[in-house]
Design a protein around this ligand. Structure first.
Ligand SMILES: NC(=O)C1=CN([C@@H]2O[C@H](COP(=O)(O)OP(=O)(O)OC[C@H]3O[C@@H](n4cnc5c(N)ncnc54)[C@H](OP(=O)(O)O)[C@@H]3O)[C@@H](O)[C@H]2O)C=CC1
Ligand SMILES: Nc1nc(=O)c2c([nH]1)NC[C@@H]1CN(c3ccc(C(=O)N[C@@H](CCC(=O)O)C(=O)O)cc3)C=[N+]21
Length: 286
């Protein structure tokens, strides 16, 4: 059996159309502010595509760009200015930040009501407690939508999450638990990751290692969600994007799988727009 390739771009398109329609009915256009540090080309590409999507759904956006040498105080001052700006509904600090900047301190400085990445401890705590009333990190939220498009009820399923970062792995595990799945989180120190994966009805991989996940790790019929984004060299001397999953082989064992590109990535951006709309609606009266 060849697995269904879950079309993340199409599902993202549906989310974006809904966001656009709802934004058009608002008294004021939702506003997104992005803070970008350094000149990593991949980060610039991601931020550009976020700003493009924001414009397409009718949001205002602005970007504050900084060199790698920027001080933490400077970043915190810009966060404070965006917190105070009435036209800014969502604040996104593109990660990773350079080592001399304390990421958790920057996240803690963001107004939780404008924290569209869901990384402030208050929002992370709400997600851990079952999600009510907070902003949920975009990538796990998008992954859950993709999973539910093929399996609406996760009650009692075994879910395994590879990777335990604050931005993907931990909130993903919390969301799956809230869906009544039995959740295992594996990380670099986990002893027998292939064995754990073999019991997974749902497997989410957020590691950043190309072809880490092999076909013999997969339970027949499993749903496989590949968050990894890795640029690898091609024999022709160019490069291409791949996920963490050995896609062609795993596809023959799983029942549904997200491709890279065209899977989780577009949903992450769509969920960022959804969170910005949610934040704007909560902040605007009428
Ligand atoms: N498609 C999208 O929208 C997005 C994609 N990404 C991509 O997802 C990947 C992960 O991102 P992010 O969570 O930020 O990355 P991090 O580097 O913060 O986290 C990677 C995690 O993987 C764990 N890990 C490392 N090796 C293994 C292994 N062999 N088996 C199991 N776990 C392992 C690490 O464990 P430990 O903590 O113990 O070191 C860590 O928890 C990257 O490729 C990133 O580019 C990220 C965000 C959005
Ligand atoms: N504060 C913060 N929030 C983030 O959400 C965040 C971040 N920092 N830092 C970096 C990661 C990475 N990330 C991606 C988003 C979209 C695609 C995406 O759209 N990818 C396309 C391909 C893009 C291409 O071709 O280069 C796809 O998978 O189809 C990828 C990666 C968000 N991140």
């Amino acid at each position: 059996m060849t697995a269904l390739a879950i079309d993340g771009a199409a599902q993202a398109g549906a989310v974006l159309a809904d966001v656009r329609a709802r934004a058009a009915r608002m008294a004021r256009r939702p506003g997104l502010a992005v803070i970008l540090v350094g000149d990593d080309p991949a980060s610039h590409v991601y931020v550009r595509s976020k700003l493009k999507r924001a414009a397409e759904v009718g949001f205002e956006s602005r970007t504050a760009r900084f060199s790698l040498e920027v001080s933490e105080a400077d970043i915190l001052a810009h966060v404070a200015a965006f917190n105070a700006a009435p036209e800014v509904d969502g604040i996104l600090v593109q990660l990773p930040l350079p080592d001399h900047i304390n990421t958790l301190r920057v996240m803690a400085a963001i107004d939780p009501d404008k924290d569209v990445d869901g990384l402030h401890a208050l929002n992370a705590g709400k997600v851990a407690q079952g999600g009510a009333g907070g902003l949920t990190p975009c990538t796990p939220l998008g992954c859950l939508m993709l999973i539910k498009s093929v399996a609406p009820d996760l009650t009692g399923m075994n879910a395994v999450v590879l990777g335990s970062s604050n931005i993907v792995g931990k909130p993903m595990a919390a969301l799956l638990l809230a869906e009544r799945a039995t959740v295992t989180v594996a990380h670099i120190h986990t002893r027998d990751t292939p064995f754990l994966c073999c019991g997974a009805d749902v497997l989410v991989t957020a590691v950043g290692k190309p072809r880490l996940v092999r076909a013999d790790w997969i339970k027949p019929g499993a749903i496989v969600i590949d968050v990894g984004i890795n640029r690898v060299a091609t024999p022709e001397g160019g490069s291409r994007l791949v996920g963490d999953v050995d896609f062609d082989a795993v596809r023959e064992v799983a029942s549904a799988i997200t491709p890279v590109p065209g899977g989780v990535g577009p949903m992450t951006i769509a969920c960022l727009m959804l969170n910005t709309l949610t934040a704007a609606q909560a902040r605007q009266v009428g």
